[in-house]
Design a protein around this ligand. Structure first.
Ligand code: ADP
Ligand code: TYD
Length: 214
């Protein structure tokens, strides 16, 4: 899937649980729609009917329900379906795709959480996905605050939150080094501020990318 053949813009949000990604995705989508852009707001795992079914398998149940290797396969299967059925058609139609998490989450959660499986994640990614976002917004914040916010939601999708604050610390550090590894597409934003402040930085960041493409 060639990255240069479409006219749309592919924006992803990354960060630890509870950092405010879903909130900021929604606010960015509202802002872009108000400016006249056609926007598809989507999320991972999920974003297509098949991938939403896989979401239930990976996010519910005991933390040791799947090995890291099996998770890599499940998250990648979900992503492939999401890419084929939702993301790629929207980009080809010239839309802005705003996606809550994408492959960088697999690089972190499955690649780092239980041993070093980053190479396996990257190999399967090249084989089955072969697509990076145009811009990735990393909402960075202290894990204790993020986890407290996430726990406040009291949902059933808590498998990864149940791995605890140590995992979130590791994920935060990992995301910050990923931002250096892919410095051309990552933008790091301080998420430990009120929603409106964070949103105004997010909008300015994405608007700058859109303006540079004109
Ligand atoms: P994520 O998608 O990263 O897990 P959410 O956007 O779902 O994060 O936010 C987690 C919780 O924190 C939600 O209850 C949300 O309303 C709240 N929240 C989001 N952004 C902020 C913020 N900047 N300050 C305080 N609370 C926030
Ligand atoms: P999400 O619904 O974004 O949770 P939150 O709003 O709490 O950030 O994602 C659910 C969980 O799925 C999250 O803990 C991270 C995990 N995840 C992976 O482990 N690998 C992946 O590839 C993706 C996309 C998510």
């Amino acid at each position: 899937m060639n990255q240069k053949t479409n006219r749309g813009l592919f924006v992803t949000f990354e960060g630890i649980d509870g950092s405010g990604k879903s909130t900021q995705c929604r606010l960015l989508a509202d802002h872009l729609r108000a400016k006249g852009h056609a926007v598809v707001l989507t999320r991972e795992p999920g974003g297509s009917p098949g991938a939403e079914e896989i979401r239930r398998l990976v996010l519910e149940g005991e933390p040791d329900r799947w090995s890291a290797e099996t998770e890599i396969l499940l998250f990648t299967a979900a992503r492939r379906d999401h890419l084929e059925r939702t993301i790629q058609p929207a980009l080809e139609a010239g839309k802005v795709v705003v996606c809550d998490r994408f492959a960088d989450s697999t690089r972190m959660y499955q690649g780092l959480s239980r041993g070093d499986l980053r190479d396996t994640v990257d190999q399967l990614h090249s084989l089955m996905i072969a697509r990076e976002p145009d811009v990735t917004v990393l909402i960075d914040m202290d894990p204790a605050t993020g986890l407290a916010r996430a726990k406040g939601r009291q949902g059933t999708e808590e498998r990864f939150e149940d791995f605890g604050v140590d995992l979130q610390e590791k994920m935060r550090t990992g995301f910050l080094s990923l931002a250096q590894e892919y410095a051309d597409r990552f933008r790091v934003i301080d998420g430990a501020r009120d929603m409106a402040c964070v949103a105004s930085d997010v909008v300015a960041t994405v608007q700058a990318v859109l303006d540079a493409r004109l």
